[in-house]
Design a protein around this ligand. Structure first.
Ligand code: ADP
Ligand code: MG
Length: 393
């Protein structure tokens, strides 16, 4: 499923509509974290250096088809201009006459940033009228927004029905690296899955059961697996309606020769709040009134040893309630093991990436996906609409 990229087509002088994921956090009207903007720079620079005329398009937040003043892309445009050290002409609409004339006046090596595309009602509906309006602005469509590739919206998929469509460099990197985890993993492949719920990630769990040598489970979802093993989980987050499925997954793991590892000791607390008193329980027996919120120290070291033996590590989801210290310890210990290991490491998912950022470990990870939901769907083996519409190589 190799896709054509900007490298495979003529871009000089062309008007190119580039879908980027500039859905960044804002604070007091400024960009708080520009990771996603930086991630799009290779494609933008590649096109600029070759004399393309660039029209950037992104969403920000969830304005649901209404104009929301605090979700305008002006701060994003300012940050992009600073990063590129070149002017970025930010428009106040995404389509319409002002856009058409600004695009007509666009010269080689210049950049226009359209307004938040989710101000348009047609965007999330994938309205063909909007797709057509967007397509008329350009000769070529480039999708570099991996983070929204799992959505079939006008600017992520629909537009590709009307003009040639290829992948950006970030998109290619995401596809190649995430595919490598499933098609050609280093072995032993150790997959770490955490986060709140089994139900959010059931298909990813199933997929990696077929692929991984070891599956290390943590976070809230571990509770449901422990319950499936017959452990009493007290007041922990357990998805009762998923227990049978968790039991079935553990059976499947035997057939697939994938070793599922579950916490043997747990950090438990009565109340999930900062610095709240806690206990360590072993054997997975949590009493009434207590909640399991993190891996215990034994489990954290056991998981770290598994990581140290890996050739490839794939990680999604924190291993405890990591936004509430000290229940971030398990995630931190395992994160340090991943950072230290020689294994090729790939991490995807909003909360785990945020945790690695606050630990200052992101540069020790080989690849950090810019997707959350998109990364999970990719690993599940689903076809992502924003990728499917791109030309094959
Ligand atoms: P990601 O964004 O990395 O994919 P998720 O969104 O699936 O991760 O899960 C992150 C959430 O899981 C965090 O808010 C965290 O508090 C929660 N979580 C982790 N462990 C537990 C637990 N033991 N009990 C309740 N919630 C948990
Ligand atoms: Mg999340």
């Amino acid at each position: 499923m190799a896709k054509k990229s900007v490298r495979d087509v003529e871009v000089k002088g062309k008007r190119i509509l580039v879908r980027v994921d500039f859905n960044v956090p804002l604070e007091r009207g400024e960009v708080k974290d520009d990771t996603r903007i930086r991630a799009a720079l290779p494609t933008i620079r590649y096109l600029l250096e070759r004399g393309a005329r660039i029209i950037l398009i992104s969403h920000l937040g969830r304005p649901k088809g209404e104009v929301k003043a605090d979700l305008r892309l002006d701060p994003v445009g300012r940050r992009l201009a600073a990063l590129l050290n070149q002017p970025v002409k930010k428009l106040d609409q995404a389509v319409g006459d002002t856009v058409t004339s600004a695009v007509a006046a666009l010269k080689e090596g210049e950049i226009i940033l359209l307004e938040n595309i989710r101000f348009e009602k047609g965007e999330e509906k994938n309205d063909p009228a909007l797709s057509q309006q967007l397509a008329r602005l350009a000769d070529l469509y480039v999708n570099d927004a991996f983070g929204t590739a799992h959505r079939a919206h006008a600017s992520t998929a629909g537009v590709a029905a009307h003009i040639p469509a290829v992948a950006g460099l970030l998109m290619i990197k995401e596809i190649e690296t995430l595919s490598r985890c499933i098609d050609n993993p280093g072995r032993p492949l150790v997959v770490i899955l955490g986060g709140a719920k089994v139900s959010d990630k059931i298909n990813v769990i199933r997929r990696f059961l077929q692929l991984a040598d070891r599956l290390l489970i943590g976070g809230g979802m571990a509770n449901t697996f422990l319950a499936a093993r017959g452990c009493s989980m007290g007041d922990s987050l357990v998805e009762t309606e998923r227990i049978a499925e968790a039991r079935q997954l553990m059976e499947e793991s035997k057939l697939n020769r994938c070793e599922i590892m579950l916490p043997e000791d747990l950090v438990v607390t009565r109340e999930i709040k900062e610095e709240s008193p806690f206990n360590i329980v072993s054997g997975g027996a949590v009493e009434e009134g207590w909640k399991a919120v993190d891996l215990g120290p034994e489990t954290a070291s056991r998981y770290s040893r598994a990581v140290a033996e890996a050739k490839m590590v794939v990680w999604n989801g924190p291993l405890g309630v990591c936004e509430v210290p000290p229940f971030d310890r398990g995630t931190e210990i395992v994160a340090r093991a991943v950072a230290q290991s020689e294994a090729f490491s790939v991490v995807g998912g909003g909360d785990i990436v945020a945790a690695l950022e606050s630990l200052g470990l992101t540069d020790k990870i080989n690849f950090i996906s810019t997707g959350g939901g998109a990364t999970l769907e990719f690993w599940e083996g689903k076809e992502l609409p924003g990728i499917a519409v791109l030309q094959d190589k």
